[in-house]
Design a protein around this ligand. Sequence first.
Ligand SMILES: Nc1ncnc2c1ncn2[C@@H]1O[C@H](COP(=O)(O)OP(=O)(O)O)[C@@H](O)[C@H]1O
Ligand SMILES: N[C@@H](CC(=O)OP(=O)(O)O)C(=O)O
Length: 439
Amino acid sequence: MKKVVKFGGSSLASAEQFEKVGKIIKKDEARRYVIPSAPGKRTPNDTKVTDMLYSCYGQAILENDFEKQFKGIEERYNEIIKGLGLKTNLSKEFALIKENFAKKEGRDYAASRGEYLNGIIMADYLGFDFIDAAEVIIFDEKGDFDAKETNVRLSERLSKSEHAVIPGFYGAQKNGKVRTFSRGGSDVTGSLVARAIYADMYENWTDVSGFLVADPRIVRKPKAIDVISYRELRELSYMGASVLHEEAIFPVRKEGIPINIRNTNRPEDPGTLIVESTCRKPRFTITGIAGKTDFASITIEKAMMNSEVGFCRKVLEVFEENDISIEHMPSGIDTMTIFVHQDEFEEKEQKVIAGIHRAVEPDFVELESDLALIAVVGRGMKATRGTSGRIFSALAHANVNVRMIDQGSSELNIIVGVRNHDFEDAIKAIYDIFVTIQI
Ligand SMILES: Nc1ncnc2c1ncn2[C@@H]1O[C@H](COP(=O)(O)OP(=O)(O)O)[C@@H](O)[C@H]1O
Ligand SMILES: N[C@@H](CC(=O)OP(=O)(O)O)C(=O)O
């Protein structure tokens, strides 16, 4: 039995947290490959080490003195080492990192040191091998992640190690240049390692007892989801549920390896199991709700648009030419609406509208901004009648004006568009109708 265990920043923020992690690993012999993130926040107002590194490197780039800021980072690690009673000495590492900062080694290099240093401490603490992710997580010469080469290197290297710590979040190009995934990317590293060793389970340890039906920062004490499919999770992660990096699903999904989201502070809780498919009936009609704010919508109206061959393509080409990605695109008989990220769209707005006029000669184009999109996701929705109706009535009761509602073709999700300022109320209302009241 082989398990890959990833611990997020909140699980490794202090010596006390490290001790909890140590106990969890020691409790199960199968927990042989450990992926640590950089130390996270110890209190809500604290700063993650990754953010401290970005900010410190920002000073290095400006050729300002970054010594004091760097000291703050050193202190975070030394405090953990001391608290654990270890003899680990990172002074040579700190000196080298500072040297490389002065040489402007790169933003990715700077950020990656958070995981790198934490990995050294973790390996020392557990008595496991330390494997530098730069040797096994590979990016190509353009800086894009190279999945094939990574899988080869990881399986080769890990076959020689029974117990290892591999820092999350970064890897390197073949020329040695360090690259990171996007924020939260240690989840991706964990998934890659699990795939490479054909793990029986990928455990992802964080500070919540699993994937919750809604964001706990919006809904008070939301219920946890016991089992969720990869597809449902993909919809929720993409729409902003930040527990697991949206790209962390693909490597394990390929091999059918389940993911278990667990809480380091409550290891007795079973957490959420993420699987390819399940016969287990969801507890509620919906599995989860997630959403994002700050979208703009462009509604294009033209009589008989449906019978005009190539209409959609011509409109979409305008967005492509302006390098704007499309988030969502509901359509009617004579209208189509396109949702885009407001910040990407704003500066190109007039160019896009002119382009649409030229491309399809619409009767009318309308713009709306400050919109939020909410995804209501669930494998149980297909079998339940009236789900959209319940969403509508919940939102009406909460005085939320619905700008758009659209059922995805997978019947796995319903997307609701509301104004930014109604975002949280809308999520609470949908949660209540399906979970608290359960009518
Ligand atoms: N649906 C959700 N279920 C659980 N947590 C969520 C959800 N949506 C957002 N979150 C947030 O995700 C956080 C965990 O993810 P993250 O901060 O990346 O943890 P870690 O540092 O352990 O990797 C939780 O503390 C919670 O605030
Ligand atoms: N430390 C990185 C990578 C990461 O995955 O962190 P966490 O597991 O704390 O989300 C970040 O802050 O983005």
